[in-house]
Design a protein around this ligand. Structure first.
Ligand SMILES: [Zn+2]
Length: 174
C-alpha cells in the first residue's frame, strides 16, 4: 500500500490525541523507511524479507513500542504505535505480495496488478482516516475544509501512483 498508510496514522490520532502525528507517520511507514535505508546501504531485498516478513514486522513493533515508551512514558500510546506498525503489513497484504518468513510462502492479494481496485481500497483507508482525524480538530477552525483539502491532496497523490502502475506495471522501489 502507498498513501493508504497515512489514513491509518490519521485514524490513530483519533484513538489517542496525545500521540504526535509525526510519530504516527514514522510508525505507519516504518517497514518502508527501513527498506529505503537498506536501498541506500545497497542491501535492498526486493521481496522485503528484512522489513515486511512476519518476524521483521514483529521486531519493528517491539522496537517502535520500546522507543515510544522510553521517549514518552506513555505505555498506551506505545501500544497504539505498535498497532499502527502492525497495520502496515495487513495493508500491504491487500495490495502486494509479501514474504511470511525465511523459506516460507509469499502471501497477498496483489491489488497493485489492478490499479483501479488498488485506488479504491487506498481511497477508502485515506478518506476513513481523514474523517476520524477531522474529529480531533477543534470545531470552530472549520476543520472540514482543511480535512477535505488534505484528503483531496492524498487521493491525488495515490491516483498519480496508480496511473503510473497502469502505465508501467511495476514501479521501481529502490
Ligand atoms: Zn510496505
Amino acid at each position: 500500500m502507498y498513501i493508504g498508510h497515512i489514513g491509518v496514522a490519521l485514524a490513530a490520532k483519533r484513538v489517542r490525541r496525545s500521540i504526535g502525528l509525526l510519530a504516527l507517520l514514522v510508525a505507519t511507514y516504518i517497514p518502508d523507511w527501513v527498506d529505503a535505508g537498506l536501498c541506500l546501504a545497497g542491501t535492498y531485498n526486493r521481496q522485503g524479507m528484512l522489513t515486511h516478513s512476519i518476524p521483521a514486522v514483529l521486531l519493528l513493533m517491539l522496537v517502535g513500542f520500546a522507543a515510544y515508551a522510553a521517549a514518552t512514558r506513555d505505555w498506551a500510546g506505545a501500544l497504539i504505535i505498535a498497532a499502527v506498525i502492525l497495520s502496515h503489513i495487513f495493508l500491504d497484504w491487500i495490495t502486494g505480495y509479501k514474504p511470511t518468513w525465511p523459506g516460507g510462502p509469499m502471501i497477498g492479494l496483489g491489488l497493485y496488478d489492478h490499479p483501479i481496485a488498488d485506488f479504491v481500497v487506498e481511497a477508502i483507508v485515506i478518506v476513513g482516516g481523514a474523517v476520524l482525524y477531522g474529529r480531533t480538530l477543534p470545531p470552530r477552525r472549520r476543520p472540514w475544509l482543511d480535512v477535505s483539502i488534505m484528503a483531496g491532496a492524498l487521493l491525488a497523490l495515490q491516483l498519480t501512483i496508480d496511473i503510473a502502475h497502469l502505465l508501467m506495471k511495476s514501479l521501481p522501489k529502490c
